[in-house]
Design a protein around this ligand. Structure first.
Ligand code: BGC
Ligand code: CA
Length: 152
């Protein structure tokens, strides 16, 4: 190969800004607004969902705005997630205080279904996105739901 060709290729690689290249998430991951998402094929309880995401170098989905909320809803429908997916929020430490499990902070954006979280039968301490109701609900952590993991 000619020296000039090599030089052009070398410069080319470094000249492409990251903003114009596709966000690289790796095989099996979807990309949306600079985040990477893994969608599970099976359902599991909240603890197993947390472990599953940690084992993939990621964490349980935390929806941060309405665009992400709508995108996740679309993905759930496309993938036939009839019930919904776990969200990385819990009030297991203090009932009624839903916080992110990653940093124990209150969510900046919420989309609770009207009347939720309601701690039904006093046993609901884990948050979920409920596909049919297009919003968030607290449910029993032992329920089995699909899982969405996120990483940068
Ligand atoms: C209630 C939810 C509850 C769910 C449990 C629904 O009927 O509206 O608050 O989490 O039942 O399956
Ligand atoms: Ca509930």
């Amino acid at each position: 190969m000619k020296m000039k060709t090599l030089l052009v290729m070398f410069i080319g690689v470094f000249a492409i800004p990251e903003s114009v290249t596709a966000h690289q998430c790796g095989r099996g991951w979807a990309s949306f607004e600079n985040n990477c998402y893994y969608f599970s094929t099976s359902t599991m309880n909240f603890k197993d969902a947390m472990i599953s995401c940690y084992n993939r170098g990621s964490s349980l989905l935390v929806i941060r705005n309405s665009r992400e909320d709508k995108w996740v809803d679309l993905q759930c429908r496309l993938r036939g997630y009839l019930n919904g997916v776990w969200l990385g929020f819990s009030d297991i430490q203090r009932e009624g205080h839903m916080v992110a499990i990653s940093d124990s902070r209150k969510p900046g954006y919420v989309n609770w279904i009207g009347g939720e979280p309601n701690n039904a039968v006093g046993k609901e301490h884990c948050a979920m996105y409920w596909t049919a109701r297009r919003g968030w609900n607290d449910t029993q952590c032992s329920d089995r739901l699909h899982v969405v993991c996120t990483k940068k």
